[in-house]
Design a protein around this ligand. Structure first.
Ligand code: NDP
Ligand SMILES: CC(C)CCC[C@@H](C)[C@H]1CC=C2C3=C(CC[C@@]21C)[C@@]1(C)CC[C@H](O)C[C@@H]1CC3
Length: 417
C-alpha cells in the first residue's frame, strides 16, 4: 500500500521545491512573454526590461479573464451529449462528468465569430497579453487559496494521496482535495481542458489576425502553428473522456500547480510560437512546410493511435480492434498491453506528442532558441511525468509491471530512452 497523508513520499523536491516552483513558474511565463516581443528574443539571459506594475495590472484584463472563465463555466453547464463516470474512488463511489468540451469549443468559435463580425477587436488581444497573464496568475493564486481552505473542511476520504503533508506551502502547491466540487461542478476537470486549451487557441487566432493587419495576410508559418495547435486542442476536447484516466484527475490534488498550469501556463506559454512569429516573421517555402506537415502528421498518428488503442482496450478488451493484441495479466484483474503501440515503448503517446512539439517549433526557423522552449519544457515534463506514472504503476501492478518493463525496456524513444 502507498503511504498516505503526511507519510507519503514528497514529490517535486518537497516544500523547498514547491516554494521555488511557486515563484519560478510565473517568473518563467512572464520572461517568455517579454522576450517573445523583444528584438533579440533571447531565451537565455535577462529579460529585456522589468515591467512596472502599471504595465501588468489592468482591471479590464481581470474583468476579461473572469468573463472568459464565466463563459466557459456556462458552456460546461449546458446539457451534454454524454455523462461519463470517473474511476472508482476510495469510498467505492464514482463521480459523473459531462462530456461537452468539444461542444464548448464549437460554441466559443461561433460566439467569437459573431463578436468579430460585430466589430469585436480580437486583434487587440496580443497587446494585452501581459496584463491578461497577470490577471490569470492572480486568479489562479486566489483560486488555489480558496481550494486550500475548502480542503480544510473536506472529509479525509476526499483528500488526494499527495498534497496532505502538513506543510502549507507544499500542500498549497500540490493541492489537498482530489476532486473539489460545488454540487456537480467539478473544478479540476473543468479547468484541465476548457479555459486554458480554448484560451490558447483564441490567443493564437488573435495573433494570426494581428499579423494579417500588420503584414496584409498571415504568414504560412503562422497558419501552420495555428492549424497544428487547433488540431491538438480539438483532439483533446473530442476525446475529453480520456482525461478522466490521467494522473491529474485520478491521483493529483487540485492546487496551485494545476490551477496555474491550466489557467495561465497553458494559454500564455503554449502560444509562444505564434507570439514569436508575430514579432519575428519567418519566411517558409512550400517544400519545407510540407516536410513540417508530414512530421506533425507522423506525431499525431502515433499520439492518437497509442491513446486510442489504450482507451479502447480499457473500455472493452474484446473490441475487435484490440482483441488480438498480446497482454500480461495483473493481480488487479486488469491486463497490460505488450504488443501494438504499447509494445514499442512504454509511453508511445508521449513520443507522438514530442514529435508534434517539434513540428510546432520548426515553422519558426532555427535562428532562435525561444520557439523551441515548448519542446524543451515538454521533454522535461514528460520525462518527469513518465517517472511518476512508472512509480504509480509499480504500486498498482507490482510484479506484472516489472515483467512489462522487461518485455518493453524503452520508456519513450525506442533504443534511446
Ligand atoms: N501537452 C501537455 O502539456 C500534456 C500532454 N499530455 C498528453 O496527455 C495524454 C495522457 O497522458 P498521461 O495521463 O500522462 O498518461 P497515459 O495516457 O500514458 O496513461 C498512463 C496510464 O496508462 C495505463 N497503461 C500504461 N501502460 C499500459 C499498457 N501497456 N497497457 C494498458 N494500459 C497501460 C496505466 O494506467 P491504468 O492501468 O490504470 O489504466 C498508466 O497509469 C498523453 O498523450 C500525453 O502525451 C500529458 C501531459 C501534459
Ligand atoms: C505549470 C507546470 C509546469 C505544470 C502544469 C501542467 C499542466 C500544464 C498539464 C498537466 C497535465 C496536462 C494535460 C494536458 C494539458 C496540460 C496539462 C494541464 C492535456 C489536456 C493536453 C491535451 C492532451 O490531449 C491531454 C492532456 C491531458 C494532460
Amino acid at each position: 500500500m502507498a503511504p498516505q497523508g503526511s507519510q507519503a513520499e514528497l514529490e517535486f523536491g518537497g516544500p523547498l521545491g514547491a516554494a521555488a516552483l511557486l515563484l519560478l513558474l510565473p517568473a518563467t511565463m512572464f520572461h517568455l512573454l517579454l522576450v517573445a516581443r523583444s528584438g533579440p528574443a533571447r531565451l537565455l539571459g535577462p529579460p529585456p526590461y522589468l515591467p512596472e506594475l502599471e504595465e501588468l495590472w489592468s482591471p479590464w484584463a481581470l474583468l476579461l479573464c473572469l468573463t472568459w472563465l464565466g463563459l466557459q463555466a456556462a458552456l460546461y453547464l449546458l446539457p451534454a451529449r454524454k455523462v461519463a463516470e470517473g474511476q472508482e474512488l476510495k469510498d467505492k463511489s464514482r463521480l459523473r462528468y459531462p462530456i461537452n468540451g468539444f461542444q464548448a469549443l464549437v460554441l466559443t468559435a461561433l460566439l467569437v465569430g459573431l463578436g468579430v463580425s460585430a466589430g469585436l477587436p480580437l486583434s487587440a488581444l496580443p497587446e494585452m497579453l501581459l496584463p491578461l497573464a497577470f490577471a490569470a496568475t492572480l486568479t489562479a493564486f486566489i483560486f488555489s487559496l480558496l481550494l486550500y481552505l475548502k480542503a480544510l473542511v473536506a472529509p479525509a476520504s476526499a483528500l488526494a494521496p499527495g498534497g496532505n503533508s502538513g506543510n502549507p506551502i507544499y500542500d498549497f502547491f500540490l493541492g489537498r482535495e482530489l476532486n473539489p466540487r460545488i454540487c456537480s461542478f467539478d473544478f479540476k476537470y473543468f479547468c484541465e481542458l476548457r479555459p486554458g486549451l480554448i484560451g490558447w487557441v483564441l490567443i493564437n487566432l488573435a495573433l494570426l489576425m494581428q499579423e494579417a493587419e500588420l503584414r496584409g495576410s498571415p504568414s504560412l508559418a503562422m497558419w501552420l502553428v495555428n492549424g497544428f495547435q487547433l488540431l491538438y486542442v480539438g483532439d483533446a476536447l473530442w476525446h475529453e473522456e480520456a482525461v478522466l484516466t490521467t494522473m491529474d484527475i485520478i491521483h493529483d490534488g487540485f492546487g496551485f500547480m494545476l490551477a496555474f498550469g491550466d489557467l495561465a501556463w497553458v494559454p500564455f506559454t503554449y502560444s509562444l510560437q505564434a507570439q514569436f512569429l508575430l514579432y519575428h516573421p519567418e519566411p517558409l517555402g512550400l517544400p519545407l512546410a510540407s516536410v513540417i506537415c508530414l512530421i506533425n502528421a507522423v506525431g499525431y498518428y502515433i499520439f492518437r493511435g497509442a491513446n486510442s488503442q489504450k482507451n479502447t482496450f480499457r473500455k472493452n478488451p474484446s473490441d475487435p480492434r484490440v482483441a488480438d493484441l498480446e497482454t500480461i495479466s495483473t493481480a488487479t484483474g486488469r491486463r497490460l498491453l505488450v504488443s501494438g503501440w504499447w509494445g514499442m515503448v512504454r509511453h508511445p503517446n508521449y513520443l507522438g506528442d514530442l514529435i508534434m512539439a517539434l513540428a510546432w517549433s520548426l515553422p519558426c526557423g532555427v535562428s532562435h532558441l525561444l520557439p523551441y522552449f515548448y519542446l524543451l519544457y515538454f521533454t522535461a515534463l514528460l520525462v518527469h511525468r513518465e517517472a511518476r506514472d512508472e512509480q504509480q504503476c509499480l504500486q498498482k501492478y507490482g510484479l506484472a509491471w516489472r515483467a512489462y518493463c522487461r518485455r518493453v525496456p524503452y520508456r519513450i524513444v525506442p533504443y534511446i530512452y
